[in-house]
Design a protein. Structure first.
Length: 83
């Protein structure tokens, strides 16, 4: 199982969940592709400037693929605004 957390505008698209890793999902790129299929509106939020992903509370470079395994916590965060 992995824990998926959504923050900011991502909360309009999906709810936090504990899920079993789907077959073939072994990295962040595959997870993003799978989430795009599962949730209408995920892809546009992911492509907004400032969207970030964190694995186990560490923000990772979203332009690269990072391995994920059972027990990981994956957080999707939209850009923050305000002052």
């Amino acid at each position: 199982m992995i824990k998926i957390l959504y923050f900011g505008r991502f909360t309009d698209v999906a709810e936090n969940a504990d899920i079993a890793l789907p077959d073939g999902v072994e990295d962040t790129k595959a997870l993003i592709a799978w989430l795009t299929e599962q949730h209408d509106g995920f892809e546009p939020e992911w492509h907004r400037p400032g969207a970030r992903i964190a694995i186990n509370k560490t923000i990772v470079n979203d332009m690269q693929s990072h391995p994920i395994t059972d027990g990981d916590e994956i957080a999707f965060m939209s850009a923050l605004s305000g002052g």
